[in-house]
Design a protein around this ligand. Structure first.
Ligand code: BG6
Ligand code: MG
Length: 238
């Protein structure tokens, strides 16, 4: 018989999850879009890097981690702050629009083949197991990306940057997604590649699977390198 007093917290969570009242608690998976379903996080980086260079600022991949998950204008503020540059509001709007045009030049070349390997299969498997699927992206371009990838139909609920007031790390986007899925936050698991996104998911009272570097996403409940690698039997054990 298991001696529960000798188990650490993670092991204990794994054990207790087999108790009847905890069984199949998770009823939905909510995916972030950029960097989780498709490589648009890289396009954001290329466009921001080009804009930063115009302002005489070097945007390193490490600094770029801070831009992930946050809104367009917040990303710009972080870059300006890094370079110690201050600009009038009107000019900030103008250059943020320019960045968005560059971003969309990349996006508009995408086809359904650009969905990360294994993602559609993972979603299909989750659905077959009765799990609902949500999307929660801070991007105001999410609808366009979903349409280009032809994956709209995979989602039971979609929340994007046009529907929220506060972007990640605020939990608003995930709370709204759970509401649209007609579920409680603790019935949802989030997949996120951004530190701000992982923070938001945990603040919403959800479990979170980090997608990317385990060092960067250490506060997530579980980290995988690529979305398609996720084993669905992990879902109820997070
Ligand atoms: C998030 C990205 O998904 O969307 C951020 O991780 C980006 O990097 C944010 O800034 C807003 O995107 P958009 O497309 O509205 O500029
Ligand atoms: Mg992301």
């Amino acid at each position: 018989m298991t001696n529960f007093f000798r188990l650490n917290e993670r092991e204990l969570r794994k054990k207790t999850v087999t108790l009847p009242e905890m069984k199949n608690l998770i009823k939905a998976v909510i995916f972030d879009l950029d960097g989780v379903i498709v490589d648009t996080a890289h396009y954001h980086y290329l466009a921001w890097k080009k804009l930063a260079a115009e302002l005489g600022i070097d945007l390193s991949p490490q600094d770029n981690e801070r831009l992930k998950g946050v809104s367009r204008m917040q990303s710009l503020e972080i870059i300006l702050d890094l370079g110690g540059v201050s600009l009038p509001e009107k000019q900030k709007e103008t250059i943020a629009s320019k960045k968005n045009r560059w971003f969309l030049e990349y996006v508009d070349q995408m086809t359904p083949a650009d969905v990360f390997p294994g993602v559609k299969e993972l979603i299909t498997r989750l659905k077959k197991n009765g799990i609902k699927i949500g999307l929660a992206s801070s991007s105001k371009n999410a609808a366009r990306v979903l349409e280009l990838l032809q994956i709209n139909d995979l989602f039971d609920a979609v929340v994007d940057g046009t529907m929220i007031v506060n972007s990640k790390p605020d939990p608003e986007i995930f709370i709204l997604a759970a509401h649209k899925l007609q579920l409680q936050p603790n019935e949802c698991v989030v997949f996120e590649d951004a530190e701000a996104g992982v923070e938001a998911a945990l603040a919403a009272g959800m479990k979170c699977v980090g997608v990317g570097d385990p060092g960067q996403l250490r506060i997530a409940n579980h980290v995988i390198t690529k979305t398609g690698q996720f084993e669905i039997n992990e879902l109820q054990r997070l």
